[in-house]
Design a protein around this ligand. Structure first.
Ligand code: GLU
Length: 303
């Protein structure tokens, strides 16, 4: 397969989609990101990498960070899934409060904001210095020691994150948050603010395509944990559009409101795409289009 030619073809074809979306201006610091960006990286399990466009430019990974917090919690305490958070799609927007009331403060899955806040709470209970250990893990998995939190984005979320404060308070009232509320939201806002490029992301999450083995050869997740995390990505990873994403793209993936998407072809490759313009569900318009073209041109999806 000539991946360079395929990526260049995709780059040409997504141009009309790139400026059609809208940046996530509900986080004011993200409103300044130029719309006309597009990067894509394909990393094979062999280590070969193919890229096009702004693939080495860092952006705010936002919800893609939830993939790592889920991994770090699930590998330490498997009881969290099912007891404190479910694995079903919510059918509601990612920051919705409504289901929590009649489902007794148990979020539907670890990728909606409520679920990710429970994961942040678990991180605080399971790790001595959760923020630093999360950052260390990002650096190890990507092989990039420069990865860090972006204090401007984290502060912007802190100042405007009324819904996240509401979610965490509400879940605390049901007993599903064990730590101090300010510590939980602080970790959550910091993890969402992490800046990475498509190259960093494709390297970081390549363990999910490689039966748990990361780029330095260490095993991060066993085969069963890898399967479970990929399954949650497939059913809950792209907000309230997972059905359409599976239909169009056919891969487990996790998106973020910074415009990034990481997708996995188990046993083969990891793909990271970024373009800041979002559709009404919060997924990058051009990144979804690029992934759809990729699986179509390669004739390769999980189905
Ligand atoms: N930090 C964002 C929020 O809490 C994450 C949203 C996302 O990327 O889904 O609203």
């Amino acid at each position: 397969m000539d991946y360079n030619t395929i990526l260049n073809q995709i780059y040409r074809e997504v141009q009309p989609w790139i400026e059609q979306g809208k940046v996530a201006d509900y986080i004011p610091a993200l409103a300044d990101v130029p719309l006309n960006k597009f990067g894509m990286v394909v990393r094979m399990n062999s280590g070969m990498e193919y890229s096009v466009g702004d693939s080495d430019e860092s952006f705010s990974i936002q919800s893609i960070s939830k993939l790592l917090s889920l991994t770090m919690v699930h590998t330490k305490d498997q009881s969290v899934i099912n007891q404190r958070v479910g694995v079903e799609p919510s059918g509601n927007p990612f920051n919705s409060l409504v289901q929590l009331e009649y489902e007794n403060g148990i979020p539907r899955n670890p990728f909606i904001n409520a679920g990710a806040l429970v994961m942040a709470d678990c991180m605080l209970s399971l790790y001595d210095n959760a923020q630093q250990e999360l950052l260390n893990m990002f650096r190890k998995l990507s092989g990039n020691n420069l990865i860090s939190f972006d204090p401007v984005v984290a502060n912007s979320e802190r100042e405007h994150g009324y819904r996240n404060y509401a979610l965490v308070n509400f879940m605390k009232s049901f007993g599903n948050i064990h730590n101090n509320i300010d510590d939980v939201v602080d970790l959550y806002f910091n993890q969402c603010s992490v800046k990475m490029s498509c190259t960093d992301l494709a390297r970081t999450f390549s363990f999910l395509a490689n039966r748990g083995m990361c780029i330095d050869g260490d095993i991060i997740t066993d085969v069963s944990q890898t399967k479970r995390i990929n399954a949650i990505m497939l059913t809950c990873g792209t907000y309230d559009a997972v059905g359409n994403f599976a239909f169009e793209v056919g891969l487990p993936a996790k998106s973020g409101v910074g415009g990034g998407i990481v997708a996995v072809i188990p046993n083969h490759m990891t793909i990271a795409v970024w373009s800041p313009g979002l559709d009404r569900n919060g997924n990058s318009l051009a990144a979804i289009k690029a992934l759809e073209l990729f699986t179509t041109y390669c004739g390769n999806s999980i189905f």
